[in-house]
Design a protein around this ligand. Structure first.
Ligand code: GCO
Ligand code: MN
Ligand code: MN
Length: 392
């Protein structure tokens, strides 16, 4: 045992589909046996996780009868009770069944859209029954190959109709549940609508129940698009919209890899953990630290638990490194706010004609400012040394 061993206080969660992933890929069959959800819960608890998340069909098979459903859910609740695990988040599988091949909420056939709403209402009921406070929407099939099949504007409008409808469903039932929308640029569709966290943030501002809806950004998804994940998450935090997060690792330009958290682009992972933990100031993210990743296909069941522990340990190690970095006096000096008594009051708090005149009149020697070195090489190197364990 060391300081990096995960405990329930850390609020780490995993999807049933993550540690339950049997190693199937588009080219090959599963390499591991399917493990029962009740065993997954017990093993996750043993590893120090706090929560387990699920799609409706990770637990209740598609098409199960009401009696089968109730029996499965009953056994699962007992397993949660035994292990002290919680279900912080639930979601709907709107991508596996062939009926969703043209999308779910955005599909052209109204029968598909109606079925998708019905399935989501059932999944919301299931999530609430298990205690979930967050419901994630990942529109994996909401996209196109043959883009002329619909006006992309109608896809956005259909998505809005669906989320507006489901918000009202939650309110009508008096559920204590919020929604988190998860963007992805592509895979399994050629192009998926609302491709990034930024797209989602604007979309949310057009909803009837905007306050109930936030985002669930995923490391791999913004990275696949070559974007800075940290910047996307920061924008969501600044807007009060970071409701949930999917942590994993990804190399830019590859297929959706869902690798162990922090195992690729460790610098971005460091900056992300620093942001979430708020060690650099600006407030800490208090929601679940959820891992949406899976073990390499080379692994047996032991490898899956090594993977799960690895995600959590790396998060805690990076959090400790971030705290040390932000407590470093040289770092604090390098990133200290530059204060200017004359200009600061002009730059915040909005426009006035007086401020505009004062800005015009201010004495700013741009050549002096332009010549000044900023010390960012030094700053970044110090960060690397903290990250690599050479400075503490
Ligand atoms: C993916 C997605 C999914 C979702 C999950 C929960 O790329 O497959 O990240 O894992 O997060 O379906 O909505
Ligand atoms: Mn993903
Ligand atoms: Mn995800």
């Amino acid at each position: 045992m060391d300081a990096f061993e995960p405990t329930p206080r850390d609020q780490f969660s995993f999807g049933l589909w993550t540690v339950g992933n049997p190693g199937r890929d588009p080219f090959g069959e599963p390499t591991r046996a399917v493990v029962n959800p009740t065993r997954l819960v017990a093993k996750l608890a043993e590893c120090g996780a706090w929560g387990v998340n699920l799609h409706d069909n990770d637990l209740v098979p598609f098409g199960a009868s009401a009696t089968e459903r109730d029996q499965i859910v009953g056994e699962f609740k007992a397993a949660l009770e035994d292990s002290g695990m919680v279900v912080p988040m639930a979601t709907t599988n709107l991508f596996s069944h062939p009926v969703f091949k043209d999308g779910a909420y955005t599909a052209n056939d109204p029968k598909v859209r109606a079925f998708a709403l019905r399935k989501t209402m059932d999944a919301i009921d299931l999530g609430v029954e298990l205690g979930a406070k967050m419901f994630v929407f990942w529109g994996g099939r909401e996209g196109t190959e043959a883009d002329a099949c619909r006006d992309p504007r109608s896809a956005v409008a259909r998505m809005r109709d669906a989320i507006d409808f489901l918000c009202e469903y939650v309110k009508d039932n008096g559920y204590d549940l919020r929604f988190a929308l998860e963007a992805k640029p592509n895979e399994p569709r050629c192009d998926i609508y609302l491709a990034t966290t930024g797209h989602m943030l604007h979309f949310i501002s057009t909803l009837k129940n905007e306050e109930m809806v936030g985002v669930n950004p995923e490391v791999a998804h913004e990275s696949m698009a070559g974007l800075s994940f940290t910047h996307g998450v920061a924008q969501a935090m600044e807007a009060g919209k970071l409701f949930h997060i999917d942590l994993n690792a990804q190399r830019i330009g590859r297929y959706d890899q869902d690798l162990r958290f922090g195992s690729e682009d460790t610098k971005q992972a460091f900056l992300l953990v620093r942001l979430l933990e708020g060690t650099g100031g600006g407030g800490r993210y208090t929601g679940p630290r959820h891992f949406d990743a899976h073990a390499y296909r080379t692994e047996d069941e032991q490898g899956v638990w090594d993977f799960a522990r690895g995600c959590m340990r790396t998060y805690k190690i990076l959090a400790a490194r971030a705290a040390a970095f932000d407590a470093d006096s040289e770092v604090r000096a390098l990133i200290a706010d530059i204060r200017d008594e004359t200009l600061d009051p002009l730059l915040g708090g909005g426009y006035s004609a007086e401020k505009a005149a004062a800005l015009r009149a201010a004495d700013i020697d741009i050549d002096v400012v332009a010549r000044r070195g900023l010390g960012y090489e030094r700053l970044d190197q110090i960060m690397m040394e903290h990250l690599l364990g050479a400075r503490s």
